[in-house]
Design a protein around this ligand. Structure first.
Ligand code: F0G
Length: 360
């Protein structure tokens, strides 16, 4: 049987790791690419979702973290640091622990999902709630990494992008070629940068004919209240219920523009209502439970379809970046905005059958 060895071993020939370099892995990558029947039916396209919530810490960040922490280990680092809206901190904390390093995480006060906060604490990180937003946290983390003996493991670290590009490789390896369109949420813009790097490297391959004959159009989606790339200027007070992408000044902004423009793609915004509707559709009709930020790519696909910008029959991959259990409260909201109340029944088959709508 084939045992998945984590993204560094699986794609070593395309990553900056030599034989003998330390590898810190928790078995990340190899995530499911799932046909999304409801989304396909709605759009008239062949839609697949890349379920990144199936990574070890339940988000795509693990692909980059195995690379960044392995590199930090090769450099002899004892400590790492990151700014985070939650998922990066969970991932950094887990991989640092596996590497025997300490981890400091800077998160915006009161704005990170409980699941992510719990993960960082469970993995032994020192967590600082900063009186500011993500952008402030990143500025602070950069300053600390400049002046103190600590490695920065945010996506401004090139090893993060190297690791994350493997998701594009996996898509092509499963589908046999790149899709027509690739949708994903955009926050700090590391992931759109990484996918574009992966897709282009799989085509442009000097030695062998590349596994892909083409690159997809990259469609990135920001939350409307945190859409600096769409607006063309930084947003001072970013606001969205999708806290993972509550970012006003993305570090990889130029790289995101490059991915958009060289792919013939777009970066657009989706409202929190569109995000929640997509979140509900994906869980209730396609069986995939994601956190709100991850639904932004789905919301964007539906929005562009409604705008008539999606030709029928295209092959579309949507990356759903993090697991629904990270931030589960949104599922308990009914479509009308009220709370979902569980139905109570006595230990009685007839009553239970009635409540379930079963007919005998
Ligand atoms: N989706 C989720 C679930 C995320 O956690 C993030 C980013 C993104 C999408 C956006 O990816 O930043 O590469 O454009 N989360 C970072 C964090 C900022 O700190 O966990 P991006």
């Amino acid at each position: 049987a084939h045992v998945w060895r984590g993204v560094i071993e699986e794609y070593r020939d395309r990553l900056p790791f030599a034989a003998g370099d330390p590898v810190v892995t928790l078995g990340e990558g190899g995530t499911p690419l799932v046909p999304a029947r409801a989304l396909s039916a709605r759009t008239g396209c062949e839609v697949w979702v890349k379920v990144e919530g199936c990574n070890p810490t339940a988000s795509f960040k693990d692909r980059g973290m195995t690379a960044a922490i392995s590199r930090a280990k090769a450099l002899g680092a004892r400590a790492v640091i990151c700014a985070s809206t939650g998922n990066t901190s969970a991932s950094a904390a887990a991989y640092a622990t596996a590497a025997g390093m300490t981890c400091g995480v800077l998160v915006p006060e009161g704005k990170i999902a409980l699941g992510k906060l719990s993960q960082a604490i469970a993995h032994g990180a020192t967590l600082l709630q900063v009186e500011g937003n993500f952008d402030d946290c990143l500025t602070l983390a950069r300053k600390l990494a400049e002046s103190y003996p600590v490695e920065l493991v945010n996506s401004v670290n090139p090893y993060r992008v190297e690791g994350q590009k493997t998701a594009a490789f996996e898509v092509v390896d499963v589908l046999g070629d790149a899709p027509d369109v690739h949708c994903l949420p955009v926050g700090n813009a590391g992931n759109i940068t990484a996918y574009w790097k992966g897709y282009t490297e799989y085509v442009r391959d000097a030695e062998q004919p590349g596994p892909a004959t083409r690159t997809p159009r990259m469609w990135g989606f920001q939350a409307a209240g945190a859409a600096p790339i769409v607006l063309g200027h930084p947003v001072d007070d970013p606001e969205t219920l999708a806290t993972a992408i509550r970012i006003g000044n993305p570090a990889s902004w130029p790289q995101a523009l490059h991915a958009r423009d060289s792919s013939g793609g777009l970066v657009a915004s989706v409202t929190d209502e569109e995000i929640l509707a997509a979140h509900r559709l994906l869980s209730s009709e396609d069986g995939v439970f994601v956190e709100p930020a991850s639904a932004a790519g789905v919301a964007g696909l539906l929005q562009r379809h409604a705008a008539g910008e999606l030709a029928p029959g295209q092959r579309v991959v949507v990356t759903v970046t993090g697991h629904g259990l990270k931030d589960p409260q949104w599922a308990l909201r009914a479509a009308d905005g009220g709370d979902v109340e569980p139905v109570r029944v006595p230990v009685d088959a007839m009553t239970a059958a009635g409540a379930l709508g079963l007919e005998g």
